[in-house]
Design a protein. Structure first.
Length: 235
């Protein structure tokens, strides 16, 4: 498990591609790999990877299987590229973000960047099936960082996050450009809530559900509007 609090930025110093498998060697910030063991888990841009070899206290190797390469951004990286990294949380660790599994659900595309004074606003386009799990004031993980959704528009298929200078300093977000994909892990509690309510609606309404969906569509709404959890306070 991870907390979504990025601990540093690592760089790819070596990369080997084989059929169905890609191997990375990462250069970590000084001391990051101290006491790290072979078999340990490290979140790399939000993807849980297993240490396969260690090289001193600052480098480690990882293998990425084909399924992960197809689902995430890891297949796009080249030597010299940077990734957000976080070591697995220890028992009793403070959860400064929200619990993450390191299992990416989909990739979102960066649409635009706005820079109000002392702030940095990123807007992302989301594939339609996943937008139902994104709510304003809810949590979401982008490239391994736990963030609060500032605003979301389900009909248009986008959401925004606002970043403070410290987040930009500790992550790769300040180097992103529009058009780039990011790894997204939705909050599991939100997914369970939404799917449970959707199943309950389908079970109770049965043949009436299409009529309800048509009525809501006439008003520019959808059944997803009925599923929004109660808003949480901002972090």
């Amino acid at each position: 498990m991870f907390t979504g609090i990025v601990q540093g930025v690592a760089r790819i110093v070596a990369l080997t591609d084989r059929p169905g498998l890609r191997s990375f060697r990462l250069q970590f910030p000084a001391g990051f790999a101290r006491d790290l063991a072979i078999g340990a888990s490290v979140a790399c841009d939000g993807v849980c990877l297993t240490v396969t070899a260690l090289h001193g206290e600052d480098q480690a190797d990882f293998d990425v299987m084909l399924q992960s390469l197809n689902l995430t951004t890891l297949g796009r990286f080249q030597v010299g590229d940077a990734l957000n990294v976080e070591r697995a949380a220890k028992d009793g660790a403070e959860i400064g973000g929200h619990p993450l599994s390191g299992h990416v659900d989909f990739t979102a595309t960066l649409q635009s960047i706005r820079q109000p004074e002392n702030n940095y606003v990123l807007r992302f386009a989301v594939p339609e099936p996943w937008m139902r799990y994104v709510f304003a004031k809810g949590y979401i993980a982008l490239n391994g960082a736990s963030l609060t959704v500032a605003d979301a528009d389900r009909r248009a298929g986008w959401f925004e996050v606002w970043l403070i200078p410290e987040t930009l300093r500790m992550t790769t977000f300040g180097t992103l450009q529009p058009g780039q994909p990011l790894n997204v892990e939705i909050e599991r509690a939100t997914q369970v809530f939404v799917d449970t309510v959707r199943d309950a609606l389908d079970e109770r309404l049965g043949p009436l559900l299409p009529a309800l969906e048509a009525l809501l569509a006439q008003q520019g709404q959808s059944t997803d509007a009925l599923l929004a959890p109660l808003p949480r306070t901002s972090r």
